[in-house]
Design a protein around this ligand. Structure first.
Ligand SMILES: [Zn+2]
Length: 152
């Protein structure tokens, strides 16, 4: 019987983070938004995936290209990846970690806090991202509500 030392070694936390970030990038690619694709993966304390989500219109609302190209209308119709992941969860997300391909906006930050998620992992925001999206309120709420936010 072949033996493998690779499989018997405990996986480092960094390896898991990298795997779930890769997974959230895959989920992001499912979004039909041609300009912004965001993915989220919610993982419990046993490192099991309890939900995935990507940005898109609500179920049944037609994914018409012209709707995505009309920025004002798109913002009114779109459900963010984090919100979809929380709504899609097959089990409680209490105490879970959410991996998301962009820093959460303030609306998603509220949902993350209220759903009981306690840990957020996202890429470090670029200067371009920060110029478009102010993350001050997200930072403030996460800090006060005790949600850890790690940028990798
Ligand atoms: Zn959001």
């Amino acid at each position: 019987m072949p033996t493998s030392t690779e499989n018997s070694q405990p996986m480092s936390p960094t390896t898991w983070q990298s795997r779930f970030m890769s997974m959230s990038q895959l989920v992001a690619s499912w979004s039909k938004d041609p300009s912004t694709q965001v993915g989220a993966v919610i993982v419990n304390q046993k490192r099991r995936v309890v939900a995935t989500g990507y940005n898109g219109f609500p179920a049944g609302v037609e994914d018409l290209t012209e709707r995505y190209e009309n920025r004002d209308l798109k913002y009114k119709l779109v459900v963010h990846a984090e919100a979809n992941a929380i709504l899609n969860a097959v089990a409680s997300v209490e105490g879970c970690c959410i991996f998301v391909t962009q820093p959460p906006c303030q609306e998603c930050a509220k949902l993350i806090i209220q759903s009981g998620i306690t840990y957020v992992v996202s890429p470090t925001p670029t200067a371009e991202f920060l110029a478009r999206w102010d993350s001050t309120a997200t930072e403030l709420m996460f800090a006060e509500a005790g949600v850890s936010w790690e940028c990798i």
